[in-house]
Ligand binder design. Structure first.
Ligand code: C5P
Length: 226
């Protein structure tokens, strides 16, 4: 079974306060983008990667990914994460791959074991698989004035990571249906009524969003890989 990974990396990373797109930010001399792509290709279950780049950084992303050019293509992304995934998916011929992963460049330290677990779950017959971790904070729902309106049952909550894995047919169906906006791809697939299976995620797959997250990557995650 062939596997392609889509890497939405067209965000600006404004919460990081960086002058360059977040994917080009380096941790110990290696960009998040290069780390995310090499992590996928080194997992030994991913055949090819398609990266969605900011429109004004396409050439720079191609240069950054030159070491992986035989198995990595760069397309121009869109105005939000979903449109970046959609544009990358459109560049993949339907049916050319059995499993499609979607993996945020910002989760540059996802362990190979998690990537393999997601692929294995889809290969075993699941329409979709996502890595998750239990939620350690208590989560509240608030109204526009900041007043709490509900408290969630923490035992039933999970924080969702990437890579998320799908059969080619299910992900294409989700992106061609007229669905409500979702902040992850599984959210679209759930709206189709397809079953999304969870696998155990890993703290190293944390999303690097803020300067604090970057400091954790510098101090804890990169030294483990080098
Ligand atoms: O904004 P957020 O952190 O949720 O973004 C998650 C991922 O989606 C990041 O890797 C970011 O680069 C990507 N993204 C994208 N196109 C956009 C906005 C975000 O590919 N227009």
């Amino acid at each position: 079974m062939k596997v392609v990974a889509i890497v939405p990396a067209a965000g600006r990373g404004e919460r990081l306060g960086s002058p360059v797109p977040k994917a080009l930010v380096e941790v110990r001399g290696v960009s998040l983008l290069a780390r995310a792509v090499s992590g996928l290709l080194d997992s030994e279950v991913v055949d090819a990667v398609v990266v969605a780049a900011p429109h004004d950084y396409h050439a720079e992303f191609v240069r950054e990914l030159a070491p992986f050019e035989e198995r990595c293509e760069v397309v121009v992304g869109g105005h939000d994460r979903s449109s970046s995934v959609r544009l990358a998916l459109e560049s993949v011929p339907p049916g050319a791959y059995d499993v499609v992963l979607v993996h945020d460049a910002a989760r540059a330290f996802a362990p190979g074991a998690i990537i393999r677990a997601v692929v294995d779950t889809v290969r075993s017959g699941a329409p979709a698989a996502v890595p998750v971790l239990p939620v350690t904070d208590t989560v509240k729902v608030v109204d526009a004035a900041g007043v709490i309106t509900a408290t969630q049952d923490r035992g039933a909550l999970r924080a969702v990571q990437t890579p998320q894995g799908f059969t080619d047919a299910v992900l294409r169906a989700a992106y061609s249906a007229r669905l409500d906006a979702a902040t992850d791809d599984a959210g679209l697939v759930e709206q189709l009524g397809e079953k999304v299976i969870t696998v155990t995620g890993h703290p190293d797959s944390m999303k690097i969003t803020t300067a604090f997250d970057l400091a954790i990557a510098e101090a804890v995650l990169a030294p483990k890989e080098e």
